[in-house]
Design a protein around this ligand. Sequence first.
Ligand SMILES: [Zn+2]
Length: 252
Amino acid sequence: MTDRQQLLQAFDALLQPERFRDYGPNGLQVEGRSEIRKIVSGVTASRALIEAAIAAQADAIFVHHGLFWRGQDGRVTGWMKQRLALLLAHDINLLAYHLPLDAHPEFGNNAQLGLQLGLRAEGRFGEQDLGFLGTRMQGTDFATAGDLAAHVEKALNRPVTIVNTAQDAIKNIAWCTGGAQGYFEAAIAAGADAFITGEISEPQAHYARECGVAYIACGHHASERYGAPAAAAHVAAQLGLTHEFIEIDNPA
Ligand SMILES: [Zn+2]
């Protein structure tokens, strides 16, 4: 058992939120009970995750996508009211870490996606150094971008969107989890042969064709479901807590 303050300190020490310029508050977003025995981790603080955490008797929920973002309307109505009402009625703490969880070199979303895909990180690129750049762990390159896409589909168990299937070998692979469309040009500048992220928007298809760099969109959720359980399991072990990851499927 531990208390809320120690739990928060452990996550802050691990993820160092003060190092990032982020889109919302990192750390404790909703205060619940002081005594902590069990953490539930998940990708997004959706109503389904909060309900599952209540059923699992969690004292704290640890997520990548919290409830509050810069530029939000700010009213507690509709879905926001429902999610907050559940958290407050059950006295559950909500902790959220966004960019700090993407970036952590061992337990973060990018590091953990790299492990899932068998990629070794050799460098960083892009704004706030969030992008990872590396090569295949087993040494041999992917023969084509199509081979890399098939590998990603198998590892993540979902279809991907691929643009540019030129038959060149893929050696240098850049990746950045979630909605990192905006990192594609930095990935190209960093020398990537292929870029993997969660989503694609219209302009990136043209950049991929025109710059000869393959673009693979493997799902925002699918690319970000490995960091939260890795970080939460680490902190839970440190503090002697129970931890459970709850997957709420998301096609996006
Ligand atoms: Zn995200």
